[in-house]
Design a protein around this ligand. Structure first.
Ligand code: PLP
Length: 222
């Protein structure tokens, strides 16, 4: 199937309120342009260098999402254009993003990456860490970031009941954070969950952003 028809097939199954981030990591600019010409504007990348290379070469109205681990020494290279950083896993990262974003006078959307999978993930916050961060740190004073929601990845398994349970957990975490810290903040609204093999389950469990790569662009060649 072409990128255009894959994209259309996926979009036809998504409720209109759900955002589709096309995960283009390891795929070339020509593939991204195929999706762009089919109307896609939200793209996600995992690695900063690859993202920067693509961003300068591709149309300016692409809304870029970083979905992979971010090292503090690379923040300043993406801050002039990044729309959302979905992979916030420390307080220090928020502070540094805010610092660089203030220099370019931008407000950057940030999602708290919470681990929900059985396998212990290398990155991300536990729900406990996440609550502690919001409880103890002075995040409301960071004027150039907007904490816009949560992101999570389910266990890579064929067992739908495990995936569903983990997505339910993330949804519950979101609701708990919302009522404890963001009750009056309508910008805290995103639950980014669901990839190629599990986005349909994620939508049933309340996802607002799905991140789909393989089902749009085909297998990645590493
Ligand atoms: C690569 C990646 C995706 C997309 O995965 P596919 O299985 O290709 O759809 C989604 N989210 C994150 C965080 C990723 O790293």
């Amino acid at each position: 199937m072409s990128i255009k028809s894959s994209l259309e097939a996926i979009k036809s199954t998504l409720p209109p309120s759900i955002k589709l981030v096309a995960v283009s990591k390891f795929h070339g600019n020509d593939s991204i342009m195929e999706a762009y010409n089919a109307g896609q504007r939200l793209f996600g990348e995992s690695r900063v260098q690859e993202l920067n290379r693509k961003q300068v070469a591709l149309p300016e109205d692409i809304e870029w999402h970083l979905i992979g681990h971010l090292q503090t020494n690379k923040i300043k290279t993406i801050v002039p254009y990044i729309h959302t950083i979905q992979s916030i896993d420390s307080w220090k990262l928020l502070v540094e993003i805010d610092k660089f974003a203030s220099k370019v006078n931008r407000i950057i959307n940030c999602l708290l990456e919470i681990y929900i999978a059985e396998e212990n993930s290398k990155y991300g916050l536990s729900f406990e860490d996440c609550k502690n961060l919001l409880e103890k740190e002075d995040w409301r004073s960071l004027k150039n970031i907007q904490i816009a929601g949560v992101m999570g990845m389910a266990t890579n398994t064929e067992d739908e009941s495990i995936i569903r349970k983990e997505f339910k957990n993330l949804k519950n975490y979101f609701e708990e954070l919302k009522s404890s810290y963001f009750e009056k903040d309508s910008n805290f609204r995103e639950i980014s969950m669901g990839m190629s093999h599990d986005y349909k389950i994620a939508i049933e469990e309340g996802s607002t952003i799905v991140r789909v790569g393989t089902s749009i662009f085909g297998e990645r060649e590493y």
